[in-house]
Design a binder for this molecule. Structure first.
Ligand SMILES: Cc1cc2nc3c(=O)[nH]c(=O)nc-3n(C[C@H](O)[C@H](O)[C@H](O)COP(=O)(O)OP(=O)(O)OC[C@H]3O[C@@H](n4cnc5c(N)ncnc54)[C@H](O)[C@@H]3O)c2cc1C
Length: 400
């Protein structure tokens, strides 16, 4: 039993909880980070790092090692499945706005691994794995988390503040009775990773391509070792049917026919939700990342937005730790909830609308707008500032 108010408790060691923990301990604030798994998630999840996220990670000394382990992408495309490139976006227009004027394609687990090493090597960081939070609560002076570990042992941890970064099914969010408002996207998202070389089959293909089609849109994303293919799937099909190797082959063969069967290195199918918590704060308890908001992955903004939450939250919480009034935390919710709704969710939904537009007139209108945007340098730069999430970070400074 640990019984003190000398640390911040963080529940959930995904990218968001790890960034929050690393930022707090680097500001001299001790943290106990409670995580249900033993080894942290190793599977392929988010793979895009936007420039401002790298700028933040650079301050923790983590960015350069990620860049070394990832693929630098200076361009990305919207394409039509039949006619090819609609618009190609140039991230080198961001030079002078960020140290990293590109999108980095790098698996999420490489970030969590680097952060784990950082935290475990720091005297103020304590990572408690194999331990699930079951219930959280607070009083006027502090917070507590009741836990159970994988051997069935129950425990309680106390702290001064608590960050719930325990993902989309957050127990912390449920404990503060927050509503997770929004909707579930009808189609299931199927992500297949293969070593097939799409760049050879489609010579003008960028490493990140959103490919529009009224019948079956798709996304092609390259990482250092593999291509990832994201396809929408009929929700009436069972998971067994969707994941059946023969059906997976058919889906890939329909994208680009190949004489040899595709080697599928990894596959996941998941339901996608668009939801934002109605509150991010209850007294001394704060939500961040997927615990606070989830959205579709089109634009790669979920993990990035969550990391931006963590940075914003820690900046304010550090001031409160050193004596600012607790009420000043309210600005965290006002700023980051606004970004989740007005930027991340709005942009992700718009990207999906462009990809699956079935009305030909609407589709051409989207294409014309994208072409017009890239043809004008100011509009082009404005677009990449927004899609890279730089604008949302600058605009939130105006939110009091
Ligand atoms: C299968 C899958 C595939 C995805 N693919 C993509 C993709 O292709 N592109 C994309 O942009 N995004 C993708 N995402 C979303 C992206 O991974 C998330 O936006 C990102 O991980 C959010 O980070 P987070 O730290 O907020 O939450 P998470 O990464 O979910 O981390 C939450 C952590 O909390 C822990 N935890 C949960 N409950 C408890 C508890 N009660 N006690 C203690 N620990 C707990 C979990 O074990 C986990 O480690 C995917 C997500 C999933 C689940």
């Amino acid at each position: 039993m640990s019984n003190d108010y000398k640390s911040v408790l963080v529940v959930g060691a995904g990218p968001v909880g790890l960034v929050a923990t690393a930022s707090l301990i680097s500001a001299g604030i001790p943290v106990k980070l409670i995580e249900a798994t033993t080894d942290l998630a190793q599977d392929l999840r988010a793979s895009t790092f936007h420039p401002p996220t790298l700028d933040f990670l650079d301050k923790l000394g983590i960015a350069e090692q990620l860049v070394e382990q990832g693929l630098i992408c200076k361009h990305w495309q919207f394409r039509d499945r039949n006619t090819g490139i609609v618009a190609s976006f140039d991230l080198s227009l961001l030079k002078g706005e960020t140290k990293f004027p590109f999108r980095l394609q790098c698996e999420q687990w490489k970030l969590t691994k680097a952060l784990r090493t950082y935290i475990e090597g720091h005297p103020d960081g304590e990572l408690i794995t194999r331990t699930s939070a079951e219930e959280v609560g607070q009083n006027d002076d502090g917070v507590w988390v009741k836990t159970i570990d994988k051997d069935g042992c129950k425990n309680q941890y106390d702290g001064r503040f608590l960050i719930g970064s325990d993902g989309a099914r957050s127990i912390v969010r449920k404990s503060i009775n927050a509503k997770f408002e929004g909707m579930t996207i009808p189609e299931i998202f199927l992500v297949l990773s293969t070593n097939f070389q799409y760049e050879k089959a489609i010579p003008d293909l960028a490493n990140i391509a959103y490919i529009s089609d009224p019948d079956e849109w798709l996304v092609l994303l390259k990482t250092l070792s593999l291509w990832r293919v994201l396809l929408p799937t009929n929700p009436e099909h069972s998971e067994d049917f969707i994941m059946d190797p023969e059906n997976v082959q058919k889906r890939l063969q329909a994208v680009i026919p190949s004489a040899n069967p595709y080697e599928v290195v990894h596959k996941t199918a998941y339901k996608v939700h668009e939801r934002v918590s109605d509150k991010y704060i209850e007294g001394r308890i704060f939500l961040a990342g997927d615990a606070a908001h989830v959205n579709n992955p089109l634009g790669g903004m979920g993990m990035n937005g969550g990391i931006h939450d963590a940075i914003n939250l820690v900046e304010k919480l550090s001031a409160v730790w050193h004596g600012s009034p607790l009420e000043t935390m309210g600005r965290y919710e006002r700023q980051r909830r606004k970004v989740a709704i007005e930027t991340v969710q709005a942009q992700a939904l718009r990207n999906r609308a462009i990809l699956n537009a079935s009305d030909p007139t609407q589709r051409l209108a989207y294409y014309d707008e994208l072409k017009e945007t890239v043809a004008d340098e100011n509009k082009h730069k404005d677009y990449v500032m927004r899609s890279s999430m730089i604008t949302s970070l600058r605009e939130l400074e105006k939110v009091n």
